[in-house]
Design a protein around this ligand. Structure first.
Ligand code: ADP
Ligand code: ZN
Ligand code: ZN
Length: 673
């Protein structure tokens, strides 16, 4: 007997012999330990058993079976297959992403601990004692709740478009409770960064130990426990989790909630599978005949477009809870202020004034600057030399506290040079403003104000992150300065002022989504102001104060912004009118890569014609010593995706078969963000 086994590496599967004594135990969905190559050992999952001996290969034998019962069920296999196929990657990559680390040990030592720890008696769920009763919904919320119910009668997916603080979360809680009462399971997805103690505790108070939390920052052991629990007879009825929780086993899924649906972190960028958890979760729900609710204040164009075409249901909440006013957005023209030399670093006189008043009233302030570190880069004062990463095609970012220059792509770090290697000048100018520099400027401008900074440097771990949030909630600081991290679904009740220091860097990104993204980010961060008692005041600093997009943001006119942008998207064949597939090629040798990329481009053109753009060097054309080329395909949505995939894979194998293509790496990004 033989078994096809998928391993956590970039291949679909490998065939192994089943030793006689293991024949009874090797089953589809069970994990096995197998050798690979000369000395490697992997934990894999059995896909099937059969007796078709492949010709001309010497087969190795399965070494051990780790499970008595399958740990991957039929529905999961179908889902894995869908991901591999839609996102054009090997099944092994999907398996690697789908199972918690502790379930796929790679060496003998890890294996011993894993076999021990994966066989715990699963705890039965404790009776939920003092569970809070649901708070009654407001009339607006009640109406939205009813509309969702009606929508679900005819639509599988419904968009809940509700302004920030309109009480969406409260509606989710009521919906979850309804599905749980019907004996159905619910999956509640949140972006990584929004899954905080705040939201966990809010749900824990209502659902007690019916709820399992699945977070990528949890330890392997914790995630293993949740996974195992879902394969037991008493699985959690509610999973609150990040994107990877779509891979957990479910048996009776009735509802999927995708909160902050527009969030880009739902897309896995690196490594494969480069899946979008929203698309994948909608597919997962579909496989169970379950419903999907997408919630946001600023829908992604993809979702809003489908809602308008009535493929998805649409429910709107235009009032904040308790009819609190939405914050007023005041635009400050920094071009003008700069010309008059009135700027104090990143701060305009108006922003300083508004902040000062808030501090006097003992109210809190959030400042948003979309760049971490001290400055973007440093430059020699005499000759203009700029330190760059030796491995990537980027400048190094100055981190002043640690007096280092760091690459934000590969992590390379080095001391600030004593002198310029080109001209021996000892003085450098720092260009651009990062959160660290803003923090320094606040300290000078607002003496006595206490400051917290939240970015990838200060919030490396979950504990650090939670710490900053709880300190700020408890009013242990007056000002919170941060990157994207401060925009995500946080609920602070004493924040009256939000300052956006520079809207332009976001607007000027060379990306067809930059307006959509800027609108979303600014609305989200603005939504942190005035959530409970204080009317919120947002100061938006920009050099393009007269532009349409800034006007749409200040008037919160999502519709007009969408409408304007859609005209352009249609004209240039961008989503949601076409599906994008990026083909990436990577190699150490730039010239060879150029040649291979051109060849690949030509072969793609032979099939897809003018739908192919490139190859081109991406803005960052070298990362970790590998040069990169990108070829973009713009495919009609009606085009059969399986045929597109076949064509791509066939060209890939032609190219990889070329003798010069040794060490060439090709991969795909479907629906890239
Ligand atoms: P959103 O998810 O739309 O941003 P939330 O659900 O977080 O809004 O609600 C905003 C605030 O209003 C929260 O502090 C929440 O506790 C409160 N809130 C919302 N709905 C209710 C309700 N029905 N009863 C009591 N408080 C509510
Ligand atoms: Zn110099
Ligand atoms: Zn680098």
């Amino acid at each position: 007997m033989l078994a096809d086994v998928t391993l956590p590496i970039a291949f679909d599967s490998f065939t192994y012999l089943i030793p006689k004594e293991l024949e009874d135990r090797v089953m589809r969905g069970c994990r096995v330990v197998v050798p690979l190559g000369k000395s490697k050992i992997y934990t894999g999952v059995v896909l099937c058993t059969h007796s078709n001996t492949p010709q001309g290969v010497e087969l190795k034998a399965i070494m051990e079976v780790l499970d008595e019962q399958p740990v991957v069920n039929e529905q999961q296999f179908r889902f894995w297959q869908w991901i591999a196929s839609y996102y054009i990657c090997p099944l092994g990559d999907v398996m690697k992403a789908a199972l918690p680390g502790a379930m796929k040990p790679k060496d003998e030592k890890a294996l011993k601990t894993a076999t021990r720890s994966t066989r715990p008696a699963t705890q039965s769920s404790l009776p939920c004692s003092d569970i809070a009763t649901l708070s009654p919904l407001s009339p607006h919320q009640q109406k939205a709740m009813e509309e969702i119910g009606t929508s679900f009668q005819t639509k599988n997916v419904t968009l809940l478009h509700g302004v920030t603080s309109s009480g969406k979360t409260e509606i989710y809680i009521h919906l979850i409770s309804k599905y749980l009462q019907e004996g159905k399971q619910v999956l509640y997805l949140l972006p990584e960064i929004a899954l905080t103690t705040q939201i966990t505790e809010r749900l824990r108070r209502v659902f007690g130990d019916k709820m399992g939390v699945y977070h990528s920052k949890f330890t392997d052991a914790q995630r293993l426990t949740v996974y195992k629990r879902q394969t037991s007879d008493t699985p959690y009825q509610l999973i609150l989790g990040v994107r990877s929780s779509i891979f957990l086993p479910f048996n009776n899924l009735g509802l999927v909630i995708i909160d902050e649906e527009h969030e880009h972190s739902y897309k896995q960028q690196e490594p494969a599978p480069r899946y979008h958890a929203r698309s994948a979760a909608i597919m997962l729900a579909h496989m169970f005949g379950a419903k999907t609710l997408l919630g946001t204040a600023t829908p992604s164009f993809e979702v809003y477009h489908l809602a308008r075409k009535e493929r998805y249901g649409y429910v709107q909440l235009t009032h904040r809870f308790r009819d609190m006013q939405l914050p007023t957005v005041e635009v400050v023209d920094t071009k003008e202020a700069k010309r008059k030399k009135l700027m104090k670093g990143a701060f305009s006189p108006r922003l300083i004034e508004v902040m000062q008043k808030a501090l006097e009233r003992k109210e809190q302030i959030i400042l948003f600057q979309n760049r971490r570190g001290f400055s973007s880069f440093i430059e020699c004062r005499q000759c203009g030399w700029v330190p760059r990463c030796p491995h990537c095609d980027v400048t190094l970012t100055l981190h002043k506290k640690s007096s280092t220059l760091t690459c934000h792509y590969c992590g390379f770090s080095t001391q600030i040079p004593e002198q310029c290697p080109a001209c021996e000048e000892k003085r450098f100018t720092d260009i651009g403003v990062g959160t660290e520099k803003v923090e320094e400027q606040i300290a000078q401008l607002f003496e006595g104000a206490s400051i917290l900074r939240m970015d990838l440097d200060t919030a490396k771990t979950r504990q650090q992150y939670e710490h900053i949030i709880s300190d700020f909630s408890n009013h242990q600081a007056d000002i919170l300065i941060g990157t994207q991290m401060v925009t995500k679904g946080l609920d602070f009740d004493n924040v009256s002022v939000v300052g956006i220091l520079d809207a332009d860097t976001m607007l000027n990104l060379p990306d067809f989504r930059s307006y959509e993204r800027t609108f979303q980010t600014i609305s989200q961060v603005a939504g942190r102001a005035g959530r409970n008692h204080h009317p919120g005041h947002v100061i938006l600093q920009t050099r393009s104060a007269d532009s349409d997009i800034i006007r749409h943001i200040t008037t919160n006119d999502y519709w007009q912004m969408f409408y304007d942008q859609m005209t352009e998207r249609q004209l240039f064949h961008y989503p949601p009118f076409r599906r994008l597939i990026n083909v990436y090629l990577r190699h150490r040798d730039d010239q060879l890569l150029e040649h291979l990329a051109t060849e690949t481009g030509e072969r793609l053109r032979a099939i897809f014609g003018s739908r192919v753009l490139g190859p081109e060097r991406p803005p960052i054309s070298r990362i970790q010593s590998l040069y990169i080329r990108k070829i973009m395909l713009k495919i009609e949505y009606q085009a059969p995706i399986t045929q597109v995939r076949e064509a791509l894979l066939s060209i890939q194998s032609q190219i990889l078969a070329l003798p010069i293509a040794k060490n060439l790496n090709i991969y795909y990004d479907v629906d890239p963000l």
